[in-house]
Design a protein around this ligand. Structure first.
Ligand SMILES: [Zn+2]
Ligand SMILES: [Zn+2]
Length: 297
């Protein structure tokens, strides 16, 4: 009991909340668990390989064994994966597109080896080929990927985007359009990024604004689609369509919105992950996590 309190925060009702940060996998995925534990995370997000490379070395047997060993008694109840930034399932370039398909299958394989249930992806950028063409391409790629990995349990979560450049997924309707085209809907969900939706124009700063945005999400995709939340403030204003994460309470979103999310019963079981600026000593993550835990009533 004491142990559990130490690991998940001192407030009694914050104990069950799945809260943590994106954690570095430098030195191996097993090391990420130790880092997450240091931060008292109950949930973490990791990359499954260097996020700027198409291919990664396979996990060694030792790395896998240590990953599971470190996870035991770590207080981390949920590990999420984020795909590598190079992948673009909407790319009109055949070479990039093919590499993206292969990389996605590899990421699913890696997630599966670590028994990770959710892989978060940025839907893709159409790079001038148009939104509907991009949406069609993403959906058909996902159908192919899900079919080719039908023996795996990994679910793909489409992340809401800021709408920078030709990126798809800054409107809930675009994500719904993709989702509606997916045959195996059990393996597709959404990751809501607070900084991205705010930059995309969804205002969550007051209670009524927050309610309205979620109502809109519910009407478009259904709230049950939300399987993860990226909890970031934004250093760019509402509707800027620029993706810049800021420390909790220090950006244009402000603290109130994070209070609404942290206390929203509908998201009680949904892991909430910080992707705010880092520094080598984890000082910022610690402070942002403390602020979020303190918002829980
Ligand atoms: Zn992301
Ligand atoms: Zn995010």
């Amino acid at each position: 009991m004491l142990n559990e309190t130490r690991k998940t925060g001192s407030k009694t009702n914050s104990r069950r909340i799945l809260l943590g940060a994106h954690i570095s996998v430098a030195g191996g995925v097993d090391k990420a668990i130790l880092r997450g534990r240091e931060l008292n995370c109950s949930a973490i997000q990791i990359f499954l390989k260097y996020n700027t490379r198409w291919q990664g070395k396979p996990f060694t047997q030792q790395e896998q064994t240590d990953f599971f060993k470190n996870l035991e008694d770590s207080g981390i109840a949920c590990v999420l994966a984020h795909n590598c930034y190079l992948i673009n399932l909407a790319s009109p370039d055949d070479v990039v597109y093919q590499k993206s398909l292969n990389a996605m299958l590899d990421e699913i394989e890696r997630a599966s080896k670590l028994k990770i249930k959710h892989l978060i992806i940025h839907p893709g950028a159409n790079l001038g080929s148009g939104i509907s063409q991009g949406i069609q391409k993403i959906a058909s790629s996902l159908n192919l990927i899900l079919e080719k990995s039908s023996d795996k349990k990994v679910c793909i979560l489409l992340e809401t985007t800021a709408g920078q450049g030709t990126g798809i997924g800054h409107r809930f309707e675009e994500l719904a359009d993709i989702r509606n085209r997916i045959r195996d809907k059990k393996r597709i969900g959404v990751c809501l990024d607070t900084a991205h939706i705010f930059a995309a124009g969804y205002d969550i700063r007051t209670r009524s604004a927050y309610r309205n945005v979620l109502k809109e999400f519910d009407a478009t995709l259904g709230l049950s689609c939300i399987r993860a939340i990226h909890i970031n403030d934004s250093s760019k204003p509402l509707g800027s369509r620029v993706d810049r994460h800021e420390h909790i309470g220090k950006g244009f979103i402000g603290l109130d919105a994070f209070g609404f999310i942290m206390n929203d019963e509908r998201f009680r079981e949904v892991p909430k992950i910080l992707e705010t600026p880092k520094n080598p000593g984890d000082k910022y993550d610690k402070r942002n996590l403390r602020i979020l835990r303190n918002l829980v009533r």
